[in-house]
Design a protein around this ligand. Structure first.
Ligand code: FAD
Ligand code: PHB
Length: 397
């Protein structure tokens, strides 16, 4: 191997992480003529193989429109005006459109990311894959940089700002000294086993099911692609579950009339996600901004992970645009406060909805009665439904 050579490029914003937050930020900045370099640890194929979120709030749809990346979403996404909640054989609907005037859109995170990559490639914006040993330098001073290696060569990006969009396991959050950040965490004593199958969805809207055997969710990606989840033990691994075992368990957890019409088939993906609530504060350290899962995690029950990543991107994009267009740094100064105010509200909603729908190992008979009482309150009380609907479709930015 030849001598290790250091290559250096200069940009306005170095973006660590080529997931949905990093790519959306890059494209929004690009529309305002602000340059960025995106650094991604994995290959594009790997990023696109991760099956994650499926429900988009109006706010995220608006940002994708602004970034010029919403054509396929509008052509292929499904508008959902409400959702179903079941407990035992009882089922009721919360009507988002009636309570808020706003629907949500069902369109997979994989497709959002694919559209953002296509836009990035079409605009010629730089993106480096398979970067290793990423290190942040000088974020607390005026001239930050990101050092990394690629194919055995050391490289450096000098920039004005760094956006840490590298997910929960990334390096950006760790770059903030321990005595400068607080972390708040709740780990749930169960996970979600999810499968994707090329079968028609059991229902045309999502079903969130609280059953005595544990939570279940019936979701979808399109007319012939279903996404189902069941609450599982943290000690389970996907190999412990045959497809037949999964379908049988799902049928036991949803109302009998739904189970009777469930179309089953082979799974094309099967994975387990642990559930966690996590917040890092502040979300800015000097010229480093944390965005999305790098700063916070929610349990997926309220479909808020990707959507909260998008609200961070909204605040950051707005702050950086204002700085470059007017020289004003007030948006940069208030980024962490603005983003965290909304983050804590989505944390509350995700925690509340998770607590309402799951079986916990230490739940008493009293706790179980409280869940049923709360579900019956939600079923019969329009004000409670409106509050849920407002949170589900997304609080304003
Ligand atoms: P990520 O999507 O994690 O992207 C971060 C990117 O940074 C990745 O591509 C990663 O490879 C890259 N990276 C990491 N470290 C480095 C580094 N050192 N250098 C360079 N690049 C790096 N949300 C929902 O709403 N509904 C769901 O059903 C749902 N399911 C989920 C299932 C799982 C297993 C996980 C992990 C998350 C799920 N989420 C779900 C949450 C949602 O997918 C995330 O909130 C969303 O992906 C956040 O986007 P992000 O861009 O901030 O982070
Ligand atoms: C999904 O379709 O993957 C999905 C939908 C709603 C959720 C979580 C996940 O709350």
């Amino acid at each position: 191997m030849g001598p290790v050579e250091e290559c250096c490029v200069k940009t306005q914003v170095a973006i660590i992480g080529g997931g949905p937050s990093g790519l959306l930020l890059a494209q929004l900045l690009q529309t305002r003529g602000i340059d960025s370099v995106v650094l991604e640890r994995k290959t594009k194929a790997h990023v696109l193989s991760r099956i994650r979120a499926g429900v988009l709030e109006r706010g995220l749809v608006g940002l994708l429109e602004e970034a010029g990346c919403a054509d396929r979403l509008h052509a292929e996404g499904f508008t959902h005006d409400g959702t179903l909640l079941s407990y035992g054989d009882e089922m009721f609907r919360v009507d988002f459109a009636a309570h808020t005037g706003t629907p949500v859109v069902v369109y997979g995170q994989t497709e959002v990311t694919r559209d953002l990559y296509a836009a990035r490639e079409a605009s010629g914006g730089p993106i480096a894959f398979e970067v290793e040993d990423v290190r942040i330098e000088g974020a607390d001073g005026p001239t930050p940089s990101v050092i990394y290696s690629q194919g055995g060569q050391m490289r450096r990006v000098d920039c004005d700002f760094i956006a840490g969009c590298d997910g929960f396991h990334g390096v950006s959050r760790q770059a903030i000294p321990l005595d400068q950040r607080q972390e708040y965490e709740k780990v749930y004593p169960f996970g979600w086993l999810g499968i994707l199958s090329e079968t028609p969805p059991v229902n045309d809207e999502l079903i969130y099911a609280n059953s005595e055997r544990g939570f279940a969710l019936c979701s979808m990606r399109n007319a012939n692609l279903s996404r189902y989840y069941i609450q599982c033990s943290l000690s389970d691994s996907p190999e412990d579950w045959t497809d037949e075992g999964f379908w049988e368990e799902l049928k036991r957890r949803i109302p009998a009339d739904q189970a009777a019409k469930l179309v089953t088939g082979p799974s094309i993906e099967k994975s387990i996600a642990p559930l966690r609530s996590f917040v890092c504060a502040p979300m800015r350290w000097g010229r480093l901004f944390l965005c999305g899962d790098a700063a916070h995690i929610v349990p997926p029950t309220g479909a808020k992970g990707l959507n909260t990543a998008a609200s961070d991107v909204h605040y950051l994009h707005r702050a950086l645009t204002r700085f470059y267009e007017t020289g004003e740094s007030d948006g940069i100064e208030s980024y962490s406060t603005d983003a965290l105010a909304r983050v804590w509200k989505t944390q509350r909603f995700s925690w509340w909805f998770s607590s309402l729908m799951h079986r916990y190992p230490d739940q008493s008979a009293f706790d179980l009665h409280m869940q049923v009482a709360e579900l019956e309150h939600l079923r019969s009380n329009q004000a409670a439904q409106k509050a849920m609907a407002e949170n589900y479709v997304g609080l304003p930015y």
